[in-house]
Ligand binder design. Structure first.
Ligand code: FEO
Ligand code: CA
Ligand code: CA
Length: 618
């Protein structure tokens, strides 16, 4: 999502003088080299392969990626590199069941939305299925629906408010949809017994982990504090080795409002941006979203939710051990010793990067039900010398005691942000997508932008004031096998967003990116970078870029796909054979993809393939 959560509206973005926001290359070089001089031993020997791309690039395009770059541009169409084709697979309103009503944007109902693909598709997971009776391979496409928008009602402006609220609730959440491929065409299997719509209107979820049942999670509808109706604002997510999907509750604060009579949560509200103003106004018809009626309902959002897509009757589980914040990404690493590590960012300016390390060890076929309930949540402190310290958020340790208002681990988790403040975590430039290199386990973290960082707040991992274009960090766990459970790691700046950062790189003019949001590594270790906000930052369409992570083409980003005007690109997800790339095109403008007078623009999942069936990227 782009506008609703930036600290400054786009109009204020434009008020920032451009000359003050462009990165000063010499300054960045100085910072980088002076920081590198602080490194010791073998770390310094890696300088040649770890420089930002603007330092290591040559003019002969040494990238291993074999596609022809698109030019930058901004129009109402989706463009993809030559030789590739995009197939519209799932649009907002498309039927998932045999009894799904035909989508009618002028006469929407909550009941219809609950049988149709939801709005503002975001995270995508492809969960494989066995070949079917017709010899088709396929899988379950698991897609989050981040948020509703007034754009949904452009063809039904007179919808009664109660009906509209029901539609908004029903369109949130998640869809699980069986898809099958024959030759180069993917098909949605309408009415597959595995198809499912999950929404905050009617899908109950179990609370699990240390905060489950805590009085601060108890409400009128759930006096035990163990069951929640639905999930909200699901942005980037992740998958587990045991075949479940993790979806993240990001900007949950936007759904609550009103004046609470119970002031006991006030400090908590303020830290998460929960205030009297209702962005959605749902409390009028659903009192649980009113702070006066249910002062603790908002404590039941802001978690990571685990879904078993292979069992449509399963109850999703909110895993409180992973902390409560504006989660973007829940990227899972299976540690060499079998522990499970989940990386997750808190996407707001000056918020933090976290990881959860399980106590238990994963073993194929063993019970995984409590693996994400018992373990230690850590928050990252980045030091100028290139090291990362992972600080444990454990009740009773350091400042996380009664003296600071924490009486249990449950409270440390409910107020994760405040606990992380007290530990001295490093405020970052909006942590968004996180992905892992498939071979060496290096972590890539998108920091999308942060207009509010002042010159005196610059530091190593957030090196630009008024960070308008964002950047990507590489985090390197210790050990030959990448020990993700370790309490230390190293960091590097992998790439800087913005045209100015590339001016000496010799890249094709389209190769520079801005405002990285979702990231994905393919099986060969290429990094794919989807953007959100590039139009307001740089006047170019939000797009998908790709680059090598190693070798001479490291961090030389290349422009692969350009979204229609108004859209951001989210959820990059590769099929297991690497020959299809699924993408969410969120909040497009200009009538895309239908271009029909009776149809608004529709958020859509597309499937990208090469016409000769080669792996994506060449
Ligand atoms: Fe929903 Fe952080 O983007
Ligand atoms: Ca974003
Ligand atoms: Ca995002």
């Amino acid at each position: 999502m782009s506008r609703k959560k930036t600290l400054f509206p786009d109009t204020e973005d434009e008020a920032i003088p451009r000359q003050h926001t462009s990165p000063c290359f010499a300054e960045l070089l100085d910072q980088h080299l002076s920081r590198r001089h602080l490194l010791k031993g073998s770390a310094a020997a890696t300088l040649a392969t770890s420089l930002p791309r603007s330092l290591s690039a040559s003019t002969d395009h040494p990238s291993s990626l074999g596609f022809s770059e698109l030019p930058h541009g901004l129009d109402s169409q989706l463009h993809v590199a030559e030789g590739y084709e995009s197939q519209v697979l799932l649009r907002w309103g498309d039927p998932l069941f045999s009894n799904s009503p035909i989508f009618d944007p002028a006469r929407q109902t909550a009941a219809a939305q609950q049988r149709q693909f939801g709005y503002n598709c975001d995270f995508i997971a492809f969960m494989p299925l066995a070949t079917d009776a017709q010899g088709r391979h396929g899988g379950l496409l698991c897609v989050s629906h981040e948020y509703s928008s007034s754009r949904m009602f452009s063809h039904s402006p007179k919808l009664p408010p109660k009906t509209r609220t029901g539609v908004e609730l029903a369109t949130h959440g998640h869809s699980v949809v069986e898809i099958r491929q024959r030759r180069n065409t993917w098909s949605v299997i309408i009415n597959s017994p595995l198809n499912r719509r999950i929404s905050p209107l009617d899908t109950w979820m179990r609370l699990a982990g240390p905060a489950a049942g805590h009085p601060r999670l108890q409400t009128t509808a759930d006096p035990k504090g163990t069951r929640v109706l639905g999930t909200l604002n699901n942005c980037a997510g992740g998958t587990t080795p045991w075949g479940t999907v993790l979806i993240c509750e990001e900007n949950f604060q936007a759904y609550f409002g009103g004046k609470p009579t119970d002031r006991s949560e006030q400090r908590n509200y303020e830290r998460y941006g929960i205030g009297p103003r209702h962005r959605y106004g749902w409390a009028r018809f659903h009192p649980r979203f009113g702070l006066a009626q249910e002062p603790r309902e908002s404590n039941r959002f802001g978690w990571v939710v685990e879904i078993n897509p292979y069992d449509p009757t399963s109850m999703p589980v909110k895993r409180t051990a992973l902390g409560r914040f504006k989660h973007e990404s829940a990227t899972v690493a299976l540690n060499p010793d079998g522990r499970v590590v989940v990386y997750s960012g808190d996407d707001q300016a000056f918020e933090y990067l976290y990881k959860f390390v399980s106590d238990g060890h994963y073993a194929a076929g063993a019970d995984t039900n409590q693996l994400l309930d018992k373990g230690v949540l850590h928050v990252a402190r980045f030091d100028e010398n290139g090291s990362v310290d992972w600080l444990p958020l454990i009740y009773g340790q350091g400042p996380l005691t009664e003296k600071n208002g924490f009486t249990s681990q449950a409270e440390v988790l409910i107020e994760t942000r405040r606990a992380a403040d007290l530990l001295g975590a490093t405020p970052m430039d909006r942590p968004e997508g996180i992905t892992l290199h498939p071979d060496n386990g290096h972590i890539y973290l998108a920091l999308t932008k942060n207009h509010a960082r002042t010159p005196w707040q610059k530091n190593g991992p957030n090196p630009r004031a008024l960070n308008r274009y964002g950047h990507i960090l590489e985090i390197i766990p210790p050990g030959d096998k990448a020990d993700h459970a370790a309490t230390e790691a190293r960091w590097e700046i992998f790439a800087l967003g913005g045209k100015g950062a590339n001016k000496t790189s010799g890249l094709d003019p389209a190769g520079w990116f801005a405002c990285p949001d979702n990231l994905a590594c393919d099986a060969r270790g290429h990094l794919w970078i989807a953007s959100d906000g590039a139009t307001s930052a740089s006047g170019i369409a939000d797009s998908l870029w790709a680059c090598d992570t190693l070798g001479p083409g490291r961090a030389l980003s290349r422009h692969f796909l350009r979204a229609p005007k108004g859209a951001e690109v989210t959820g990059p997800c590769f099929s297991p054979d690497q020959r299809t790339l699924f993408l969410s095109i969120q909040h497009p403008g200009g009538g895309w993809p239908d271009f029909s007078p009776g149809m608004p623009a529709r958020p859509t999942v597309v499937a990208i393939q090469h016409h000769d069936g080669r792996k994506i990227g060449g």
